[in-house]
Structure formats: structure tokens, C-alpha cells
Ligand binder design. Structure first.
Ligand code: THU
Length: 156
């Protein structure tokens, strides 16, 4: 028997330590929570994608009475980016969440399905996607989505 360990690397940063384009990306993710459609969970998630050419795209969670028909903020933003800009790699993704009258204090992580989509995007464009997770008390900066799903499913 051989024991295998998989490690995840992430950095806790302050807002000021992030480059200004990532600070702006967080602002967009926060703004995006305002137009989320989350009448069931009342958990409003905003996502903001930065493309290689500097364009930014927002998204938010869209819920449905038939629960599985809804979609997370991250995938709304990622799929829109990929559908409208199929040749432009994604550089970074910021995520914020708002519930009970405030932004979450500790960051939330993308769900497993969103991580799988992020890893697909990294493979598709052969480029790491930086993830910025916003919380009022803590901000995490992850250098590539694969860090959060190191044992992802791939056909390669
Ligand atoms: N949600 C997201 O949009 N992104 C995440 O990373 C986690 C969860 C949404 C799904 C659902 O609308 C609500 O948050 C509560 O689970």
C-alpha cells in the first residue's frame, strides 16, 4: 500500500495586497449579488470573470422552484464568458456572497460542479485561472482553480 497525499495551496491576503484589477473584480462580484435570483435559499452569490483582454463579465445565482434547474453564480458567469468570447482565455474569477443583510465574513468556495467547470476552462485555454474568494474578514487568493479540485475528472 502506498499512501498518497494531495495538498492545496492558497494565500490569505488583504484587499490592498491585491492588484487593482482584482480589487475591481471583487467589487463587481459584490455588486452582482444584488441581482441574484435566490428566493429559496436567500443566499445571494456574485461572480466576476476577468478575461485575458481585460473584459469583465458578471454573473449571479439563478434559482428555480425545481431546485436542480437553478445554477450557481460562477457557472452563469463562466458559461456566458465562454459562449460570447470562445477564443478569449479566462484570467481570474472573483466570488462574493451576501446573506442575512451582510456579506459573508469568511469566503465561500465554489461548489464541486463549478470547480469541475473551472478546471475544464483551464484545460481548454491551457491557462491557470486565479480565484479570489471574498469575505468581509478574510480574502483568499488561489493561483489556479485546479488547486481547489486537484483530483478532477479529465479525459487526458
Ligand atoms: N451557490 C452559488 O451560486 N455558488 C457557490 O459557490 C455556492 C452556492 C448558490 C446555489 C444556491 O442558489 C445558493 O447558493 C445556496 O446554495
Amino acid at each position: 500500500m502506498k499512501k498518497i497525499s494531495i495538498h492545496t495551496n492558497l494565500q490569505q491576503v488583504t484587499l490592498e495586497e491585491l492588484p487593482t484589477d482584482y480589487q475591481k473584480l471583487i467589487e463587481l462580484a459584490k455588486t452582482q449579488t444584488k441581482s441574484a435570483y435566490a428566493p429559496y435559499s436567500k443566499f445571494f452569490v456574485g461572480a466576476a470573470v476577468l478575461l485575458n483582454d481585460g473584459q469583465v463579465i458578471g454573473g449571479n445565482n439563478q434559482e428555480n422552484a425545481a431546485y436542480p434547474s437553478g445554477l450557481c453564480a460562477e457557472r452563469v458567469a463562466l458559461f456566458y464568458a465562454n459562449s460570447q468570447h470562445p477564443s478569449t482565455p479566462i484570467k481570474a474569477l472573483a466570488i462574493a456572497a451576501y446573506t442575512n443583510n451582510s456579506f459573508v465574513k469568511k469566503p465561500i468556495a465554489p461548489c464541486g460542479s463549478c470547480l469541475q467547470v473551472l478546471v475544464e476552462c483551464e484545460l481548454r485555454f491551457n491557462q491557470n485561472i486565479e480565484i479570489i474568494l471574498y469575505g468581509e474578514q478574510e480574502i483568499y487568493h488561489i493561483k489556479k482553480a485546479g488547486e481547489l479540485l486537484p483530483f478532477s475528472f479529465t479525459l487526458k
